[in-house]
Design a protein around this ligand. Structure first.
Ligand SMILES: Nc1ncnc2c1ncn2[C@@H]1O[C@H](COP(=O)(O)OP(=O)(O)O)[C@@H](O)[C@H]1O
Ligand SMILES: [Mg+2]
Length: 236
């Protein structure tokens, strides 16, 4: 398939990215020669059947894994050119992650969970506290800061996870099936929150199976067998 030219002002750019997993004798071609760019502040939904390469793409963009071939650029920086420390800084300062299963520490309060990613920052303790409180207020949990995950609903737990993702003031939020464990109404509330972050200039990329969830995004990219099958843009 001929792919559209990639604009250079993109905050994220994938150039002919492939990812092959080697499983013993077997090779799994999770992504095949994918070129795609994401504009700053735009919300994109990544869709496609299970096994089509969605999470693989998210992991590569989040610098959690490296491609087999091709190049990834975040804010113009080629990830292949960064050393381990620079990649860790990029993940901490530029990218916030949100997962289907929330991935909160069960024994820790909402406040402690949100403070976690700031623990290695050079910020003062009181500034870390203030930022965590601010993020919890932003997601509407100002009155639940002392609650542990078990004492919160699924939607509230995902809000804590979003607050944690926001703590480091990221330019990019990567959310892999953020509503996958939530009911329809709660999913809508979480999507409203993500749309709101997009309106504040954060680039949101989310993976979803659900058309109603994807409809919140300005752009939908459908994957199949490791390639982009089609793309839909919602006119504003
Ligand atoms: N760590 C891994 N090792 C081997 N194969 C993997 C690994 N992660 C994913 N895969 C395989 O790569 C393909 C794409 O997986 P994934 O990106 O997780 O798909 P999706 O998120 O769209 O369900 C699948 O066939 C999957 O089994
Ligand atoms: Mg997946």
């Amino acid at each position: 398939m001929k792919q559209a030219p990639i604009s250079s002002d993109a905050i994220i750019r994938c150039d002919s990215v492939s990812k092959t997993y080697i499983m013993g004798e077997q090779k799994v071609h999770a992504l095949r020669d994918v070129s795609v760019a994401f504009a700053a502040g735009e919300m994109t939904a990544i869709m496609g059947p299970s096994g089509s390469g969605k999470s693989t793409l998210m992991n590569l963009i989040g610098a959690l894994d490296v491609p087999t071939s091709g190049d990834l650029y975040i804010q113009g920086r080629n990830l292949a050119k960064l050393d381990v420390d620079e990649l860790a800084d990029l993940r901490n300062e530029t990218i916030g992650f949100v997962f289907q299963q929330f991935n909160l520490l069960g024994r820790a309060t909402a406040l402690t969970n949100v403070k976690l990613p700031l623990r290695y920052s050079r910020k003062l303790d009181e500034d870390i506290d203030a930022r965590a409180v601010e993020c919890l207020q932003l997601v509407g949990l100002g009155d639940r800061m002392g609650h542990r995950p078990m004492q919160l609903s699924g939607g509230q737990q995902q809000r804590v996870a979003i607050a944690r993702a926001l703590a480091g003031r990221p330019s990019i939020i990567l959310a892999d099936e953020p509503t996958g464990a939530l009911d329809t109404q709660t999913s809508g509330e979480i999507m409203d929150l993500l749309v709101n972050l997009g309106q504040q200039g954060i680039t949101v990329i989310l993976v979803t199976h659900e058309a109603e969830v994807a409809a919140y995004a300005q752009r939908q990219i459908h994957f199949r067998d490791g390639v982009i099958e089609r793309e839909i843009r919602t006119e504003p």
